[in-house]
Design a protein around this ligand. Structure first.
Ligand SMILES: *Cc1c(COP(=O)(O)O)cnc(C)c1O
Length: 344
């Protein structure tokens, strides 16, 4: 794969905005370059446009060099930027597994890029051949999500590798739930596959959905392209500071993950006692997909009792399915008690 063959011409030719903090990096005692107000420290100053302090910590944690890391306003930002950098509106297309996370399709729609769905098999797993068969010379991105949302399972690694090896566009692998999975991230493979883009997020295991911080790991060239087209100061200082705070609490986060996994096992067992549940799908994430007779009725019953789960019954291959996030022991117990009182 050559990046110059898949990047949009206008993006390749773009002269990016050069902000004050791009032109002078480093320490100084007097800053009179950015038309900032000299008072109200630290919020008077523009934040680091490349968030290097955060990236250096993430780099150690994930064993990915800092120049292979992009930080965005949630995963939403790299998802959108990948379309804007690589997909010519009205001409190019992308291929994605189905069912999966809804933002890939929404972002395709916003960018006027054709979105081709390839159904997963009955085990909710990918078959590389059928994904590759849906590609044509205008296919620029393939969207994979593992562990997948809303199904919860991980995709088979050898099939992901086959896709990486046979596709000359970018393969985006969304690992939002990787911290809950029984296997490791594919980030170790970034060196081998220059067409691999991995997405992770602070929204799930890191307990920081509100600060909006998403990560993309890819080749230094791909990261450069994303940096070139992002808003100059896309990560505000409040988010940067809170991210640093969280990154210093790795132990706490690990304990949260451990407890969620423990609760997930408890919930899986407890759900077995509910007679109208037809199937509890295996999960590698912090949620469990179940299939019931009448998902709408169960969903409405729970909402009436003040318990909100996600009704996924209209999603492809998910008729009758409800997605349940693993909560605290108290929350999970309340859910089970309430579900037992439903006589559908
Ligand atoms: C929750 C989730 C995300 C996180 O998105 P953010 O914009 O980072 O909050 C990304 N991908 C998938 C598949 C998700 O389920």
């Amino acid at each position: 794969m050559k990046l110059e063959n898949i990047i949009r011409k206008n993006i390749a030719n773009l002269q990016p905005y050069s902000c004050a903090r791009d032109e002078f990096k480093g320490e100084a005692s007097v800053y009179l370059d950015a038309n900032e107000n000299p008072w109200n420290q630290p919020f008077n100053r523009y934040p680091d446009p490349l968030q290097l302090e955060i990236k250096n910590i993430i780099s150690k944690l994930k064993e990915v060099p800092a120049n292979r890391i992009f930080l965005g306003n949630g995963s939403d930002e790299p998802i959108d930027l990948l379309y804007r950098a690589f997909c010519e509106p009205g001409i190019d297309n992308v291929v994605a597994i189905e069912p999966t996370y809804g933002m890939y399709k929404v972002s395709a729609g916003i960018n006027n890029v054709e979105y081709r769905k390839v159904l997963l098999n009955e085990q909710f797993d990918i078959e590389a051949e059928s994904l590759l068969a849906s590609c044509d010379p205008n296919t620029k991105l393939i969207w994979l999500c593992s562990p997948n949302n809303p199904t919860g399972n991980s995709l088979t690694k050898s099939q992901i590798i086959t896709v990486l090896e046979h596709f000359d566009g970018l393969v985006v692998l969304d690992e939002a739930y990787i911290d809950f999975a029984s296997h490791e991230s594919l980030s170790k493979q970034l060196n081998h596959y220059p067409n691999l883009v991995i997405l992770q997020t602070f929204s799930k295991a890191w307990g920081s959905a509100a600060i909006r911080l998403g990560m993309a790991f890819a080749s230094a060239e791909i990261i450069q392209v994303l940096n070139k087209i992002k808003y100059p100061y896309n990560i505000n200082i409040l988010t940067q500071r809170q991210a640093l705070t969280m990154l210093q609490q790795e132990k706490l986060v690990k304990n949260w993950v451990k407890e969620i996994l423990h609760q997930r096992t408890w919930l899986q067992n407890a759900l077995k006692s509910i007679p109208y549940i037809q199937h509890i799908y295996p999960t590698d994430a912090n949620f469990i997909l179940i299939r019931v007779n009448d998902a709408n009725a169960v969903y409405r019953f729970l909402v009436d009792k003040g318990i909100i789960v996600r009704n996924r019954t209209t999603v492809s291959l998910c008729a009758g399915c409800i997605r349940i996030t693993v909560g605290t022991y108290e929350e999970n117990s309340t859910l089970i008690e309430t579900m037992l009182s439903f006589k559908g």
